[in-house]
Ligand binder design. Sequence first.
Ligand code: AMP
Length: 187
Amino acid sequence: MNIIIFGPPGAGKGTQAKNLVKKLNSFQISTGDMLREEIKKDTDIGKKIVNNMNNGKFVDDDIVNKLLEKIVSDDTKKNRLIFDGYPRTINQAKNLEKLLNSSNQKVDFVFFLNVNKDAIIKRIEKRKILEKRSDDDFKTILKRYDAYMEVTKPVLKYYSKKNNFHEVDGSMEIMNISQKIEEILNV
Ligand code: AMP
């Protein structure tokens, strides 16, 4: 199964993706983690994206799409991909479909973790203390939320019309969210 965990920043996508990785013996594809790694290693890509990342802006589709190519076509990971934080734009959604198609795969489930802005702000504040992420200051949080509303909402609309789309109340306790997702997946 290939699964997309979708939702605003701070909705708990990473936590639920990690749970599914354990449960399904699959692989978490977090573009956020991949991009942070590029910055940490100070690669050419890292140098290009550091400003956008620190300002809560999206990284260019071309860069993110390119990072995905190898992973999606990797036979050892085939049909065991859990996408966390990708796709975030219609361009990325179409790119993912294309990449999956070309290796005879598809998106099997899309889970939208729905959480309101106030709850997200509180959660990200907490995570800022726990993980010391430089893009988690208050102003950046609001920018990231706004970027989500502006660019990612159309992606939500795009997926919500499909019959593999499931909305889950992301304000529930972590365990209850996991349970709900597992129920739908029947695992
Ligand atoms: P995340 O860890 O998913 O919250 O992502 C952190 C930051 O990485 C975002 O605020 C963006 O700057 C960048 N980023 C992660 N994934 C993407 C993506 N699919 N498209 C564009 N930018 C992304």
